[in-house]
Design a binder for this molecule. Sequence first.
Ligand code: NAD
Ligand code: ZN
Length: 255
Amino acid sequence: MSDDAQQALRRAAALLAQARNILVLTGAGISAESGIPTFREAQTGLWAQYSPEDLATPEAFARHPERVWAWYRWRRALIARGGVNAGHRAIAALGGLTRVFVATQNVDGLHAAAGSLDIAELHGNIWRDRCSRCDTTVAHEILEPATEDIAVCRECGAMMRPDVVWFGEMLPIDALRAAESALDRADAVLVVGTSSRVYPAAALADAAIESARPVIEINPQPTGLSDTVDIRLADSASRALPALVAALDGVLTSG
Ligand code: NAD
Ligand code: ZN
């Protein structure tokens, strides 16, 4: 690690040591090292011919439910195979040192699997099916899908869909409210692995910056936020987060 990077890490740890409530905002980048591609990485192999906009919309589901479900089954399999990584684990460990609320754009369920407790899933959860007619839900364990049949609702017989937010749909209001009140309480914000381009989730990071709360960004690539954050750790989530949590632990135990 360069001197600059070490200094940024020390400053970030000192800043978090002062915080009583930390809000962690995460995006697809934190799960990239579990082998789960971000949307902006090209769709690979089997799915190269489709964009997420061709698959993650109510119109796509109405027209081609088998294709949409096949894509979600493929994604479920990738998530189940990849599992949690050191970045998810470090955020769960951070929750053991101080009060942490995680607001994630990810649908993979990996923050809960890693042991984080207070989580708002702003874009839903891929492991839950929801009835396309009556909103009955069914939760699944994080396991590779065993069947290719499309499930039907046990209440009304309509087709089940993944309980995720598709393009053009509203975010779950409870999750959004919970994330907003976590931001109100927070005295430091960590933004990890998100391009902060997908609204309204990205508005949380914008609001954090406007509110003058200290913001730390972890992302190997610069984003639209990078110039305005207080500290930037230009590294992958699975390296930067464990290093940050270890440094914070050091500050807390020595202080
Ligand atoms: P994004 O694709 O817009 O941006 C991903 C960001 O992660 C980029 O800025 C990239 O530089 C960064 N990144 C890549 N590798 C990283 C690493 N190892 N460590 C840290 N950062 C890394 O993703 P987004 O901002 O989350 O928004 C895209 C949308 O895609 C969201 O709505 C989300 O619901 C959905 N999505 C979710 C998953 C998932 O649940 N795992 C996967 C793909 C897409
Ligand atoms: Zn139903």
